[in-house]
Write a protein that binds this ligand. Structure first.
Ligand code: GLC
Length: 462
């Protein structure tokens, strides 16, 4: 890794965020802001640990990642209950922390029951699989993933995701707020972020599962689902000017197999901002798709991870990066990158967020700018052969993140203000900066998190 002043400070801050359990490093806290009450930011969130883990793997410190994987796996199969209801066994916690009981350290986990709004952390088990594969890639320690407990843990996750239910699509049906956006934001149903993580997680599981009589049926189902999911997202979530023209001229109420307008999207649901905003070249994946519903907002994590995981084609990947370049001010702004664009305002904000004061327009999840997304943006830039974009992004964050004490998010249309309620010393801001720096310096590290387009890869081993 390079050693500029901000990198040295970031490494120190990341080091300070490490959580120890019975003397061993097992994770990183969400934030270490000395000026505000920690609430649950003193816990290790599974999703927040991902950039920390990648940073550690890149610098050859795999022990903490291994410990994290082992401990969270143990939490997965722990008895738990929400009121009188028992959630599915494969669920991974949103977060965990170390507590002292009778002079002994214990880990306690939050599966969403403590979280504001009682949101289900669907993304945790998906990130866990992606991280397990990254760990194996970095260390060659396939033995860990092949252990019985790990194989069982993978199957429990697959049980939760692949079980047959009341559904006509290959995508995963989830409640609101099941991922990084963990509040009510109209991201229920088939949000892009979950579909993309689902795809990457299935590909990881495919590489990690050891064939055996009890597991062969899983492998078959995963292979089958991967193909359908890929087709569905590439085909139906895709938006560019050509697609928009088609939707604009859609007829509603089409019945039967030959329907062009498969989801019965009414042209009147196309938002005004979109027709002017969408450039001639460029495109992106829509935020959500269900019966009579297309969410036209741009969601960064879903689009970036779709590139990194090759859920989108090479051509679509290039088009997404074209869009970002042409709408740089809106999507990247002063501090990359906008979590979603545009913000919900007025009646939409009231109806969709339930008048959430933390998610006012252009703040927090509702169009705020989140530096954690920098690692994905840079990874996508590297994957699409546009390192110059990566450099441009790093220039934007090199001084400001350190100067502003690593804020959780920024506010405003172009991300100029430190977020109204943003934590300082937010660990995934720090880690994402380190990962982005390292990806530019050493693009080979991209392989830890990326998947190739080649369909044969779906079935191949690591
Ligand atoms: C907020 C974010 C969530 C994150 C958590 C800890 O709740 O919305 O994505 O995991 O903070 O940083």
């Amino acid at each position: 890794m390079s050693t500029s002043n901000s990198v040295v400070k970031a490494r120190k801050a990341l080091e300070a965020s490490i959580i120890y359990y019975r003397g061993r490093p097992v994770g990183t806290v969400a934030a270490l802001d000395p000026e505000v009450e920690s609430l649950n930011y003193d816990q290790c969130f599974v999703r927040d640990f991902v950039p920390s883990a990648i940073a550690f793997l890149m610098e050859g410190n795999a022990e903490i990642v291994r410990n994290f994987l082992v401990e969270t796996l143990a939490l997965q199969s722990r008895e738990r209950q929400m009121n009188c209801f028992k959630p599915g066994q494969g669920l991974m916690p949103a977060s965990f922390k170390v507590v002292l009981q009778n002079d002994q350290e214990h880990l306690i986990a939050d599966f969403g029951e403590q979280a504001i709004g009682g949101v289900t952390p669907v993304d945790s088990c998906l990130w866990w699989l992606i991280l397990l594969r990254a760990y194996v890639k970095a260390t060659g320690d396939i033995e860990l993933a092949h252990r019985d407990q790990f194989q069982r843990g993978i199957c429990l996750i697959l049980d939760l995701c692949l079980i047959a239910r009341f559904d006509m699509y290959p995508t995963l049906l989830v409640p609101d707020g099941t991922f990084m956006i963990d509040r009510r934001m109209g991201v229920y149903g088939y949000p892009l972020e979950i579909q993309v993580l689902f795809y990457a997680a299935l590909r990881a599981a495919r590489q990690l599962l050891v064939p055996a009589e009890t597991r062969d049926s899983y492998i078959q189902v995963v292979d089958n689902r991967l193909g359908h999911l890929l087709y569905h997202v590439r085909q139906y979530y895709w938006l560019n000017l050509k697609r928009l023209n088609e939707i604009y001229r859609y007829k509603g109420e089409e019945f039967g197999e030959g329907a062009m307008n498969k989801f019965n999207i009414y042209p009147d649901s196309i938002p005004d901002w979109l027709t002017e905003w969408l450039p001639e070249t460029g495109g992106y994946l829509a935020g959500n798709l269900g019966p009579g519903r297309m969410d036209f907002r741009f969601f960064a994590l879903g689009n970036m991870m779709a590139i990194i995981s090759s859920l989108v084609s090479e051509q679509q990947s290039q088009a997404i990066m074209d869009l970002i370049e042409q709408r740089w001010h809106d999507l990247v702004g002063y501090t990359p990158m906008k979590i979603c664009f545009p913000a919900l305002e007025g009646r939409d904000w009231q109806a969709i967020t339930g008048s959430d004061p933390k998610n006012i327009p252009w703040s927090y999840h509702n169009g705020g700018n989140w530096p954690v997304l920098v690692w994905m943006l840079v990874a996508a830039a590297v994957k699409t052969g546009r390192p110059e974009l990566g450099h441009r992004i790093l220039e934007l964050v090199d001084i400001c993140l350190y100067r502003d004490q690593w804020p959780e998010y920024y506010d405003g249309k172009h991300g100029r203000l430190i977020g109204k309620e943003a934590r300082k010393y937010q660990t995934w801001t720090i880690a994402a900066f380190l990962v982005a720096k390292e990806l530019i310096a050493n693009p080979d590290h991209l392989a830890l998190v990326s998947f190739t387009e080649d369909p044969a890869m779906i079935a191949c081993t690591i």
